[in-house]
Design a protein around this ligand. Sequence first.
Ligand code: AHM
Ligand code: MG
Length: 350
Amino acid sequence: MQTPPQFTDTFVTIERFILEQERNIPDATGVLSDILYDMALAAKLIASHTTRAGLADILGSTGVENVQGEIVQRLDDFAERTIYRLNDHTRRLAVMASEEMEDIIPIPERFGGGKDGKYVLIYDPLDGSSNIDCNVSVGTIFAIYRRKSPIGDCGTLEDCLQPGRNLAAAGYIIYGSSTMMVYSAGQGVNGFTLDPHVGEFLLSHPNIQVPAKSKYYSVNQGYERQWSPGVQRYTRWLQGENETGKGLSMRYIGSLVADFHRNLLDGGVYYYPADIKNPAKPQGKLRLLCEANPLAFLVEQAGGYASDGRRPILDIQPTSLHQRVPLYIGSRDLVEKAEEFIREMDSVPA
Ligand code: AHM
Ligand code: MG
């Protein structure tokens, strides 16, 4: 006999949830909540375009007007502009930074120049965008810090160069078979699924915890020859060269948000190691500020761990906006095992 479906008696929208969480913080002013609402709105706008991605050639390419008379943009440009334009005028932010922009993004003078904004927003507008053409899930990642510079000044680069431990909130949006927003403001991790018919994010994954038992390891094994001996040994350990003789399944989408999301729900580890044979990218590919830090914050909130192979990602003091970092992220025991092999087998880089 089939189990009858379980219905909850209330719908929890993301707005209601954010507000209820805000009430747990006695001196909250609501500004952080408003930034989170703005990200949820950005998510809806970007999602409405990602689902039409394959139509770009039919409706016109970049610089060409589509049937509605709008200029068609590449999706990553669209995501970048959407997040910027929803946040440039709110007087909530001191400064922004994006994976797509070389320098910090100041708040325009006509909107106060960031002098009255309390927070800093760092984002990757559309991670994995090279996958869009083949209909693979992509994502937006965001990080929100309290500003360091005094109120009354414009936001600075130093406001952006904060270790992940200082994060006030972080999250991601995954544009997949459904659109989900997963975020944490330091009170656990919660996931919301967009109901496209009513345009609301509804709480679908309350209090996400990394499962105790892991299923997957996720890495681009095509680069194995470029890894250090410790990382190569770690990979064999994951495959079953270990005390139990049992290995994990390998799953790699090549879209960080999608790989991270699956491992967060099912248990496992994602890693993008340092490339010891490529002097141009000795730190791997992923960016500390807009990719590693926000996901590290989320995974720790969910009971997992993130490391660069030697120390917690969240403890790294950034030195530049687009700094890259090796990343091991997911179930705590698996990430600690990577640190163990690297400590034992790899010399410390000069
Ligand atoms: P991007 O920020 O340019 O989109 O690159 C980041 C992406 C991640 O989503 C993904 O995990 C990784 O690059 C895949 O890289 P590779 O093709 O080297 O495995
Ligand atoms: Mg990216």
